[in-house]
Design a protein around this ligand. Structure first.
Ligand code: GDP
Ligand code: MG
Length: 423
């Protein structure tokens, strides 16, 4: 069984929480794109953990975790992320963590360039997390990066980093008028933070290919939602990688396999961190209350997230591009305080009503058309079956399922591992 667990919305749908729950049913969990630019929060019996780079399966003893070639890995961040998990009693060894030799290393100068460019853009900024992700993916496509496999050839790696930095300084010094990057410092950094991972690096394509052939169950874990995909998202306010399910086998390193299932994680309301069009956004006290109720502050950055009602238009588009075979609806419990539940049922684009997701300027000018559903005004966090849910909650779920044209298989009613309903 090969399953992708992917986000339908703008990210922060609760993917980490669902992967943590579902990973029990899989032998291997792979991350296939992105770096430490987003965060998953996982709460289980061992405590509360924030994962930025590691696959969520790392919190289970028997799961093998793979970081695929589609990833960009800040070795310093990974070093500290692993340290924090070890302090929390999680064992991490080359047996349960395998890093692809083709994965790209995100260097300190990628972070620097991210900051220099965001600062230069000033009020036109993209809302980058400033973790170097766009610069490192750009360099990957320029074919000027260090890959994990280079750690096996230190002399080659050092001569390569020298060449790359000579080129990089053309931009850093000549363009941004910043002091030059030092090749010695970068070599030191690689030795200190990346080298310790050499023992985790392997040919994960062979490993996963053999695992898939022998019938092992593999889960592909997405970071960020469909609307942040570099091609299909709200470009340019997107991430710099492909987050969609169709890319999962490629980014994980096994392009020759086919997914059996794509589980789309969809939130019972909307949230969006950073810049970009977010049509369903709610402002004022209505928005503040939802943000507070949902605890909508970024896991990676602590930034308050923008919030809104469930967005039928954006979510149906997300469900489509993810090729979702079923959905997991999360954070239903958060809506319990609302007498009337706002749902963005369509957009108004220049006076025309539409249910199809626009792009570019049409998206920028789109206005939400809201309808209100009766709330249930009661705690649902201890419900464990669909029938136990209040009638208005069931109606709300059935409405979303109908609009998405995709079955809802899981409903999450709390952050803890067991707080969910399976249909
Ligand atoms: P991800 O990036 O998609 O993994 O999501 P985040 O971890 O950034 O944000 C989801 C947040 O909601 C986390 O703090 C989760 O612990 C929490 N969460 C997930 N599902 C539920 C749920 O059903 N109810 C509640 N109350 N919290 C949830
Ligand atoms: Mg998140």
């Amino acid at each position: 069984m090969l399953t992708a667990v992917v986000g339908i919305n703008w990210g922060d749908e609760g993917k980490g929480r669902m992967v943590d729950l579902l990973s029990e049913r899989y032998d291997i969990v792979c991350r296939y794109q992105g770096g430490n630019n987003a965060g998953h929060t996982v709460v289980n019996e061992r405590g509360k953990f924030i994962l930025n780079l590691l696959p969520s399966g790392i919190l289970r003893d028997s799961t093998v975790n793979v970081m695929g070639p589609g990833m960009v890995i800040d070795a310093e961040h990974l070093f500290h992320e692993i340290e924090r998990l070890r302090e929390g009693g999680i064992a991490i060894t080359p047996d349960n963590l395998k890093i692809s030799h083709m994965a790209t290393i995100c260097m300190p100068y990628h972070r620097l360039l991210d900051c220099l460019e965001e600062d230069r853009l000033a009020d036109k900024k993209f809302g980058s997390t400033r973790r170097g992700i766009a610069p490192v993916y750009a360099d990957k496509y320029m074919k000027k990066t260090i890959r994990m496999g280079d750690l096996f050839h230190p002399e080659f790696m050092i001569s390569k980093i020298k060449d790359i930095i000579e080129w990089k300084n053309l931009t850093v010094v000549g363009g941004y008028k910043h002091e030059p990057i030092s090749a010695d410092e970068m070599t030191e950094w690689l030795n200190k933070y990346a080298m310790p991972f050499a023992k985790y690096v392997c040919n994960t394509t062979e490993y996963l290919g053999a695992a898939a052939a022998s019938g092992k169950k593999i889960m592909f874990e997405a970071q960020l939602g469909a609307l942040r995909d570099i091609d299909f998202g709200i470009y340019p306010y997107t991430s710099s990688s492909s987050v969609i399910a169709a890319y999962a086998p490629i980014g994980a390193g096994i392009p020759h396999v086919r997914l059996d299932e794509s589980i789309g994680i969809i939130k019972a309301y909307s949230s969006c961190v950073g810049e970009g069009p977010f049509t369903c956004e709610m402002f004022g006290s209505e928005g503040d209350k939802l943000r507070e109720a949902g605890g909508e502050y970024g896991a990676a950055t602590g930034r308050p997230r923008r919030v809104g009602g469930f967005d039928v238009v954006a979510s149906r588009y997300g469900t489509m591009v993810q090729g979702a075979t079923c959905l997991a609806l999360t954070k239903l419990d958060i809506l319990s305080y609302l007498e009337k539940i706002p749902v963005c049922v369509a957009y108004d684009v220049n006076g025309r009503r539409t249910e199809s997701f626009p792009t570019g300027l049409d998206l920028d000018v789109a206005k939400p058309i809201y309808e209100y559903f009766d709330g249930w005004m009661s705690d649902v966090s201890s419900c464990r079956s669909f029938d136990e849910l209040p009638e208005n909650a069931r109606k709300y779920i059935k409405f979303i399922e109908g609009k998405m044209g995709c079955p809802i298989k899981y409903i999450s009613v709390g952050a803890e591992r067991e707080q969910y309903i399976e249909l």
